[in-house]
Design a protein around this ligand. Structure first.
Ligand SMILES: [Ca+2]
Ligand SMILES: [Ca+2]
Ligand SMILES: [Ca+2]
Length: 356
């Protein structure tokens, strides 16, 4: 204890002397074994160069350099993007990740794996298995779905990820389409949890459903309710209600705050419209087998110049054009404790088995 006190005094003295900027504490993973998910609607192909011939016709902004800074600052393990042109070779996304946040800086044979479904890309530092883009029955929207094959010697389970982009827009027709996407995902999870059909997951495989769900404050938000509760709206087409989690309970919904500072939860804003900022993007997960250790919406606009400098970020990195006050979606970061690893000393000690 005394030694810790002197180290603290020494650190404070060095800190005061050199005025070293501290990397904002909220950016760090609490335990290297936790699996860090980055979920980000990047606004149509903004992460690619201006002259890329595969840029989507709706591309308007170049956020390529900002995206790389965000990647380096948050160092994700699994990345779920939306609004990537679906005609693009998904390798282009893996290449950006390999350059910005290499899987192993000392071994360039280990590369990011990526899979594209509709306009969604799942990428991971580990192999992707059981990839699929359509639920069954399909709806007018595909997703990117994959089992992230975590190393068996370190984790007791793999991680199944559904990266979705629900239909946007108000009005009865768009709301109905969003509800259909959610019904179909619940049906897919029912299938995944039971033998036969299109997909079988080993029991208690952690499941994450994330993405731009276009959850607005001025419609019924029925689709989010369906994803979390398993209450299917159209049971004729998509089967009976289920309690979607492995222990037959509802799912968790992370709802992180800006920079983990607790005041704001919106993930989207556009001040040129009449709409309020809101949490349009969600990360829904099986909280029976996954624990959220830490989560935040990255908001560079709220960081001090010293924090930005220490983190290698710029103030406008999560905006489309900060000078014009133009925003779209912000990045969401969630650190999951996957069974077998990432609970830290306290978790292992509490279990009493020393397993880490
Ligand atoms: Ca099945
Ligand atoms: Ca129902
Ligand atoms: Ca649950």
């Amino acid at each position: 204890m005394i030694r810790r006190f002197y180290i603290g005094v020494l650190a404070a003295w060095i800190g005061a002397g050199t005025a070293l900027a501290e990397r904002p504490e909220f950016l760090a993973k609490r335990d290297p074994a936790q699996v860090r998910l980055l979920c980000y609607n990047v606004n149509w192909d903004s992460i690619f160069p201006d002259d890329d011939p595969l840029n989507h016709k709706w591309r308007k902004y170049n956020c390529a350099a900002a995206f790389v800074r965000v990647l380096k600052a948050v160092a994700p393990d699994v990345v779920c993007l939306q609004e990537i042109n679906q005609t693009r070779p998904v390798q282009q996304v893996a290449t950006i990740l390999n350059r910005a946040v290499p899987v192993d800086p000392d071994d360039d044979s280990r590369l990011w794996q990526a899979y594209l479904g509709q306009d969604n890309v799942i990428a991971a530092r580990w192999p992707l298995k059981m990839t699929a883009s359509d639920t069954s029955p399909p709806t007018d929207r595909g997703h990117a779905m994959a089992l992230v094959d975590l190393p068996d010697d370190r984790y007791a389970a793999d991680l199944y990820v559904i990266d979705a982009h629900f239909k946007s827009g108000g009005g009865a027709e768009n709301i109905a389409r969003r509800v259909k996407h959610a019904d179909a995902i619940v049906q897919w999870i029912r299938d995944a949890r039971t033998a036969g059909g299109n997909i079988d997951l080993p029991a208690r495989t952690p499941i994450v459903i994330c993405g731009d769900m276009n959850v607005y404050d001025n419609d019924a938000r029925r689709h989010l309710f369906t994803l979390v509760s398993g209450d299917v709206a159209d049971e004729q087409a998509f089967g009976a209600d289920i309690l979607p989690d492995w222990d037959n309970t509802v799912m968790g919904d992370v709802l992180p705050s800006h920079n983990a500072r607790g005041a704001e939860h919106w993930t989207w804003r556009d001040d040129t419209t009449k709409f309020n900022p809101g949490p349009l993007d969600h990360v829904v997960y099986t909280d029976s087998v996954l624990r959220v250790a830490h989560a935040f919406v990255l908001d560079t606009t709220m960081l001090s110049d010293a924090e930005l400098q220490a983190a290698g970020l710029e103030k406008g990195d999560v905006a489309l054009d900060l000078a014009k006050g133009e925003f779209d979606h912000l990045p969401i970061v969630v650190d999951f404790v996957v069974p077998g690893r990432g609970e830290g000393e306290a978790g292992a000690a509490k279990r009493g088995d020393g397993r880490r």
